[in-house]
Design a binder for this molecule. Structure first.
Ligand SMILES: C[S@@+](CC[C@H](N)C(=O)[O-])C[C@H]1O[C@@H](n2cnc3c(N)ncnc32)[C@H](O)[C@@H]1O
Length: 197
């Protein structure tokens, strides 16, 4: 099954989760504050890549960005575009965006790159639709949330965190990196990075 089809199947559940205040504590307490610290001031045009039901598009608009959302799950796009006074949203695969080169000066990929089947192509597309000097701001789950490289005995001691969007398993504290990479603002559950085109 393609990732986007999985998100289409879960769109209703996701919207209920994302829209209920106090439900997605990682978003409210950790991930969005980390992203906010990286966001440049509103510029010409902002793309909310993998916009889901549109909560980040609405936030970006509320702080002055001229936003368009894009998502590959039709129900997500309907939910995003159908919200009261919502910014526009289009149905699009991040790996083949329906925008001309240099359309945006900011692309925000918030908690979605890890959910895409062709993530490298999605990043290349983000670069293509950015103007020279434009920025990509991305937030993904922090690698400590993956137990993939934890040896079996340690894995059995791992703790599970996160909401319904993904099953996230955090490595035991002793295996966590002592310091986050310098280029990233890292928290317990997300890593937010900004890159310039
Ligand atoms: C965890 S949700 C995050 C949604 C939104 N960014 C938010 O934080 O509320 C991941 C989103 O990525 C979208 N997605 C998955 N694959 C995609 C693709 N190839 N192109 C565009 N969006 C995709 C899903 O449909 C889903 O809405």
């Amino acid at each position: 099954m393609r990732m986007r089809d999985g998100w289409e199947a879960e769109a209703g559940m996701w919207a209920a989760f994302a829209r209920m205040s106090g439900c997605d504590r990682s978003h409210e307490d950790i991930n969005l504050p980390a992203l906010r610290a990286l966001l440049p001031a509103p510029g010409r045009r902002t793309l909310d890549l993998g916009c889901g039901e549109g909560r980040l598009s609405r936030y970006l608009r509320s702080i002055g960005h001229r936003v368009a959302g894009a998502d590959a799950a039709p129900t997500m796009v309907r939910l995003a575009a159908g919200y009261r006074d919502a910014p526009p949203a289009v149905l699009a695969d991040a790996a083949a965006l329906p925008f001309r080169d240099g359309t945006f000066d900011l692309v925000v990929a918030y908690m979605c790159l890890h959910d895409m089947d062709q993530m490298p192509r999605a990043v290349a597309e983000a670069a293509r639709v950015l103007e020279p000097g434009g920025r990509l701001c991305a937030a993904i789950p922090h690698p400590v949330n993956s137990a993939g490289d934890v040896p079996a005995p340690a894995r059995s001691k791992a703790v599970t965190t996160g909401g319904p969007g993904a099953s996230r398993t955090a490595a035991p504290r002793s295996r966590r990196p002592a310091r986050p990479p310098r280029s990233a603002r890292c928290t317990g559950r997300s890593a937010a990075v900004a890159a310039r085109c």
